[in-house]
Ligand binder design. Structure first.
Ligand SMILES: [Zn+2]
Length: 617
């Protein structure tokens, strides 16, 4: 018999308030035990609780983010139970009328389909103290006692461990975005009780549910759900009844173990908390709080793609961390789309690499958003070349500074004066008859050699793009017979007449030359992109690429189906990727590790260059 899972989550989220739920004690981690305590949170008889308005506000804001209905009249109740971590012998919670009702969150599954996970309600309560176990004794630390907790109770709409993780990930993203909680799992800011039952496919009635308590890692929740779903199926297969109970996840043994049979709600003997007045919310207050809500992450991604012309994937990576997205937007504000996209590429590549290497967040580095924007503007305008950009970035990241001033003071401006560059090209050609002969003999790598020479002569300040064009022009003039040779070489494919040339520098500083021409023949074929998608492609342009190791090829197919840029395949199995005239990458075909087929693309060189404007048609 086929079974399906029914999974529901009760997620406790610690709210980001300065003080506790019902007293003025500070919420701080890392303090000596029992130093942030008072008669209220120690549960002294007669001590009276006072509600923390900020906690109510943050809960209501969470509800609004999740599309819940806000209850205008919420009450607190006492949940009675005895345990050493709760000195009053009851926990103040909301049982009958919680602050937020309904709502939900949409998840995206691995196959791209979407599912809406409904939320039953969100209620506010206080956390228990923390019990620490030592060699011979145990101690209770009341610093955590009374922490405001928001409990988000989902409907049992999830069908797999993957669904549960997608739900928690989306929830966490939204709550961190709203500034409601840090959702730091290591610090126990976000903990979930997981409910799972199984039932035969097609059966309406829910199976007997098992609860796994207090899970504080996504990987643990995933493993526990996978295990429990399997255990329950095995029980069914052997006619062993599934007991309604609370189980515990043992990460060492990688299995769940029974803790106790599940209490029913009435075991807690809820009754209204007589020491607190109900929370009455008027429309004006709710509207005031609604204005504090941030843009939802998904809406932000769509807007960023539209506003800055960046790829969907880039917008997704950026928006995963609100700080990164805020920083990027602060930098990209007011820039044209081309510059904003170049800024995005630099942020996603070099800046993130600097963040990883230094262990600093973008907010902790010395570079303000305006400095990166200024640096990218200098590069896009051609005032500085690629190598200078790469040289300045780590310095500004580390120490800050005004890029325009630095470039001016140190004379780092790119040499784009054609006459000066032409003189360098002539000088390089005159000084190197050997490579000139190589080029005449058809060794195209020699072009790269001359670009390198000119870069040296200009002390790295020449614009490699312009140099590339000049070198190509001068060498072609020296070797007119070459075009004919090329025509013979690729006679079976396309005729190739370079119309435009470009140079780019690979990660080792080698100059790679690229020449663009219009192809005459249209080719259509299919290949698998690195994301596994099979794409059709059509030929528009021919591209000749010369690699620093002397290898060269003619790229005769280009592909426009990718969201960013185009891809070319060559007749000797190498690939060249060109993204909207900004970045170029050379790919080579490789064996796909998952299928064993020879249909996979591997990045061969990571490079940046400026390409011809008519590319990507
Ligand atoms: Zn207190």
């Amino acid at each position: 018999m086929e079974f399906e899972n029914t999974i529901g989550l009760e997620t406790h989220v610690q709210l980001k308030t300065r003080t506790k739920m019902f007293c003025g004690c500070l919420l701080k981690t890392g303090c000596e035990p029992n130093t942030n305590v008072c008669p209220v949170c120690l549960g002294y008889p007669g001590a009276l609780p006072v509600m923390n308005k900020e906690a109510v506000k943050l809960t209501v804001m969470s509800g609004m983010m999740l599309g819940c209905e806000v209850n205008r009249h919420a009450t607190f109740d006492r949940k009675n139970y005895f345990y050493p971590d709760m000195a009053k012998d009851y926990q103040i919670s909301e049982n009958g009328s919680p602050l937020c009702i309904g709502g939900g969150i949409e998840i995206t599954r691995a196959d791209g389909t979407r599912k809406f996970i409904r939320i039953n309600h969100i209620h506010l309560e206080e956390d228990a103290a923390k019990i620490n176990h030592y060699a011979a004794t145990s101690g209770v630390d009341f610093n955590r006692g009374g922490t405001p907790l928001m409990e988000i109770v989902s409907e049992p709409d999830m069908e797999s461990a993957d669904d549960a993780i997608a739900y928690l990930t989306a929830l966490k993203e939204m709550l961190v975005y709203a500034g409601v909680s840090d959702c730091n799992l290591e610090e126990g800011n976000m903990r979930s009780d997981v409910n799972i039952s199984i039932r035969p496919v097609g059966e309406k009635k829910l199976g007997t549910k098992v609860e796994i308590k207090n899970m504080n890692s996504f990987s643990g929740i995933h493993a526990a759900l996978v295990h429990e779903a399997r255990r329950q199926r095995e029980c069914m297969a052997h006619s062993i009844p599934i007991v309604q109970e609370t189980r515990r996840w043992d990460p060492e043994a990688m299995e769940t173990a029974s803790m106790r049979s599940k209490e029913n709600a009435h075991d807690y003997r809820y009754f209204p908390e007589p020491d607190l007045v109900p929370v009455e919310l008027d429309e004006a207050t709710i509207e005031e709080w609604r204005k504090l809500l941030p843009e939802k992450p998904e809406a932000r991604r769509a807007r960023m793609v539209e506003e800055y012309g960046i790829a969907e994937y880039d917008a997704e990576v950026l928006s995963q961390h609100k700080e990164n997205a805020d920083w990027y937007e602060a930098a990209a504000k007011g820039l044209d789309k081309k510059t904003a996209k170049a800024l995005c590429n630099l942020f996603m590549g070099d800046v993130m690499a600097l963040m990883n290497a230094s262990g600093k967040t973008i907010g902790e580095c010395a570079m303000p958003p305006a400095a990166l924007a200024a640096l990218v503007k200098l590069s896009v305008a051609g005032t500085i070349n690629g190598p200078t950009l790469k040289e300045l970035l780590p310095e500004i990241f580390e120490k800050g500074g005004d890029p325009e001033q630095i470039v001016k003071e140190r004379g780092l401006g790119a040499v784009s004066d054609t006459a000066a560059l032409e003189a360098f090209v002539d000088q390089a050609i005159a000084a190197n008859p050997g490579p000139v002969q190589d080029y005449k003999n058809g060794k195209k790598a020699a072009a790269g050699f001359f670009v390198g020479q000119v870069m040296k002569l200009s002390k790295g300040k020449a614009d490699p793009k312009i140099v590339g064009g000049l070198v190509a022009k001068k060498l072609s003039a020296l070797a007119l017979s070459l075009v004919a040779a090329m025509l013979v070489m690729f006679a079976g494919c396309v005729s190739f007449t370079p119309q435009q040339a470009c140079m780019f520098t690979d990660h080792e500083g080698n100059v790679v030359s690229v020449e663009y021409g219009q192809s005459r023949k249209d080719h259509v074929s299919k290949f698998t992109a690195p994301n596994g998608k099979v794409l059709d492609m059509k030929t528009k342009l021919g591209v000749r690429v010369t690699l620093p190791d002397g290898d060269e090829f003619l790229a005769w197919e280009c592909m426009n189906a990718l969201s960013v840029g185009t891809m070319y395949r060559t007749d000797n199995e190498k690939w060249m990727y060109h993204a909207n005239g900004i970045s170029c990458r050379v790919f080579k075909k490789a064996v796909n590790p998952s299928t064993g087929e020879d249909d996979y693309l591997e990045i061969f060189e990571g490079v940046i260059c400026e390409g011809p404007k008519n590319d990507g048609e």
